[in-house]
Write a protein that binds this ligand. Structure first.
Ligand SMILES: Cc1ncc(COP(=O)(O)O)c(C=O)c1O
Length: 377
């Protein structure tokens, strides 16, 4: 990425740059840390064509959230057997199309969804999503998805009775999950569910460990995960060996861990303004990139920022995107960033570790701004 930036200093901003070798490095690292879990890459974190192609070459499978992601995978040569339709809420027509295209693995967390799958994708493998508490994660992903253990038992039995393969139990401990213990806690609950199901002649074969594996490179102490990915691998493997019956396979659905470090957003300063804000003197730096074109997650994480300025004193700076929306502001009240007081119009800011949920979260026409240009190295 460094070479690309040096060779193209005047390229129109904002743009998104992704490094495929870094994608590969992160993928290999995760596979090494959790060799017992097949990888279904969560495309939602970065569904760039080049990323899918590289991961497909490396043998990854894919977790798709929609028929659109499924179509994209298939168009790029991913075999349908390597795609899991991981969204628990799906339109009838999308289930039918996925099934006809050869996708036979579906997530669910309600009897209504099961009935749809049984009718439109008969005989498929289904995985029931178990609710988690989200503790230890930056984004809990609780509430909207997943069911309590008693409900999971009933739903898996129902799946079986509908002629589906009551294949797996899936969960997500929350994105940017800083505690490996979250997996152990949840695997313990899965073990109990499996035991109860076995007593009723239903035999799940799979635990889907979800995503949530943290990126280490966001700024700010509170973002530093405990331990590295090998520690996570060890804790999870120990839990699997100690708690689950033999013959249960594991898969995972990582997104952020693979993509975050592999991408950056380059923006340009449009205007610098010192003005009283709520009576407090405040430095505002307005950029050509903001929350609606690539930096949505800045609400919750702090991207390490590089500027071209090496002089000046670092002062607290509020950043704002280019749209007329007053929510298009980053690092205002609750999270402080410090940038050189010499920063001026035309300077550049590079948001690093921005490869996850940045390009995929962009609006396409908000205030008329087009989506950010993407470059791949
Ligand atoms: C079902 C599912 N699987 C996997 C992921 C990927 O999670 P992460 O990017 O935290 O690894 C998500 C993220 O929202 C998800 O909803």
């Amino acid at each position: 990425m460094h070479h690309f930036l040096e060779a193209n200093p005047r390229l129109e901003t904002p743009f998104f740059l992704i490094d495929l070798d870094l994608i590969e490095q992160q993928y290999r690292l995760l596979r090494e840390a959790l060799p017992f879990a097949a990888c279904y890459f969560a495309m939602k974190s970065n569904s760039s064509t080049a990323v899918i192609q590289r991961l497909n070459q490396l043998g990854s499978r894919f977790e798709a959230a929609s028929i659109y992601e499924i179509r994209r995978c298939l168009a790029l040569g991913v075999p349908p057997r390597d795609i899991h339709f991981g969204n628990t809420i799906k339109k009838d027509s999308h289930i039918l199309e996925a099934y006809r295209l050869g996708v036979h693995s579906y997530a669910f967390d309600s009897s209504q969804e099961l009935e749809k799958i049984a009718q439109l994708a008969p005989g498929s493998n289904v995985s029931c999503r178990l609710a988690t508490d989200g503790k230890g994660a930056v984004w809990g992903l609780c509430r909207k998805f997943g069911r309590d253990p008693d409900d999971v038992v009933e739903l898996m039995k129902y799946a079986h009775s509908l002629g589906l393969r009551a294949y797996g139990i899936s969960f997500h401990t929350g994105s940017q999950q800083r505690s490996a213990g979250a997996w152990r806690r949840t695997i313990e609950i899965c073990a109990d569910i499996i035991q109860r199901l076995n007593q009723q002649q239903v035999y799940p074969r799979l635990i889907n460990l979800g995503g949530g594996f943290p990126s280490y490179q966001y700024a700010g102490d509170e973002m530093q995960p405990q331990g590295d990915i090998f520690e996570y691998g060890k804790v999870i493997k120990t839990a699997v060996d100690e708690l689950l019956p033999q013959g249960i396979d594991c898969v995972m659905e990582p997104g952020r861990f693979i993509t975050a470090a592999a991408g950056l957003v380059k923006a340009t300063v449009i205007l610098v303004l010192d003005k009283a804000t709520d009576g407090v003197p405040t430095r505002w730096v307005y950029l050509d990139a903001g929350r609606f074109n690539g930096l949505y997650e800045s609400v919750d994480v702090e991207y390490p920022i590089i500027t071209n300025r090496t002089d000046g004193t670092a002062i607290r700076t509020v950043l704002a995107g280019p749209t007329c929306d007053s929510d298009d502001v980053m690092y205002d009240r609750d999270r402080a960033v410090f940038l050189p007081d010499t920063l001026t119009q035309g300077d550049s800011l590079i948001f690093t570790n921005a490869g996850a949920y940045s390009k995929s979260y962009m609006t396409v026409d908000f205030n008329g701004f087009p989506p950010m240009q993407e470059y791949v190295v």
